[in-house]
Design a binder for this molecule. Sequence first.
Ligand code: ASP
Length: 440
Amino acid sequence: MGKEQTIVAKFGGSSLADAGQFKKVKDILRRNPDRRYIVPSAPGKRDRSDEKVTDLLYECYGRASRKEEYRPVLDKIKARYQEIIDELELSVSLDKEFQMMEQAFISGAGEKYAASRGEYLNGILLAAFLGYEFVDAAEVIRFDRNGNFEDERTNFFLADRLVNIERAVIPGFYGADDAGNIHTFSRGGSDVTGALVARAVCADLYENWTDVSGFLLTDPGIVDHPKKIDIMTYSELRELSYRGATVLHEEAVFPVRREGISIHIRNTNHPEEKGTLICSRIDPEDEVPITGIAGKRNFVAVSIAKNRMNAQVGFCKRLLEAFDENHIVFEHMPSGIDTICVILPRDVYQEKREAVMASLERLLAPDKISVDEDMALVTVVGKGMRSVSGIAAKFFTALGEAGVNIKMIDMGSNEINCTVGVSNQDFEKAIRALYDALAV
Ligand code: ASP
């Protein structure tokens, strides 16, 4: 018999959308008793046209706080849970919980409290169905009064609470401050809770169960049936998520990464599929040159030209100051001898155009500033790029042959990514060309 392990399993909203999904979850847990700490989301969509309970909660609270008719929405929410209770024949009643919740809505308990009830109630039902202990996240996930998440306190509270509990359900998405006020992470935040629990119990693995079988090599809306990514590193995941690949909440990586706990993305509806494993390092023999291709439209390139810029001490510092004083985070900063270019999202630029230009003029006295407002960024990510020669040649040949004009090139110095700027209208063409050349 293998050594006992501890696995934390987070199940997303569609994985717990109805009684049928609850049964699938139970089967998955039965198959591996190492899955001991379970983090549920609120019931999600049962089909494309359905509503997420979290969205209904926001709507219901909004109506109640504007003194509008909220009961039909509340009834829909109640019906979602009641259906699960009835079909699973649970001997649990949520009547009291709903009474308290309605009172709290009327007396203005806040949107975050309202949203958190989705996970809270689902957690109660799941714990009852599985026979696991229910641990209210409000007692263990800590925030300060201003709603800032408290990392180390949470770790302490969680570890202390779970150390003597063999099997528990801890609802995702929310926590509380010391006065008992509820705070939530941003949308999709149950992924973060799962990672925090995994860190606190020193898990061997963090499984994230969802409705897809892992990350695809690129956007299936652009390339038909792209390959799946079997394994990647945390840094590759960061690069891909940053550029638009979404499966996991961005913040979910940090708590597990620091402890070297791998994340395994799995599909609740197809548990036989392998999913995507995200880990700290990959053996060289398992490395593939290209892990993924992602991108986003609508960036702006602001180019600053100034003679002998390269010889001026502090030029870059002042350039960064111009963006800093306007609270702008930029994406890339490719440079030449007498020019430097800053790439930032178009909406940010358009909102702060005048102020940024004024700062640049004042701090840099440039010879010329030119702006290209039509840029999409496409990034190819892959740790293996470091060790395989000829990838860059294929990369640029593919774009050239597809007739895509490259406006900007930025290759990270860790060589796990290469980003190009192309015009927005070439965005999809560029992704397809790169996929065909590098991934198949
Ligand atoms: N239920 C929340 C949402 O819809 C949190 C989550 O599912 O992770 O965003």
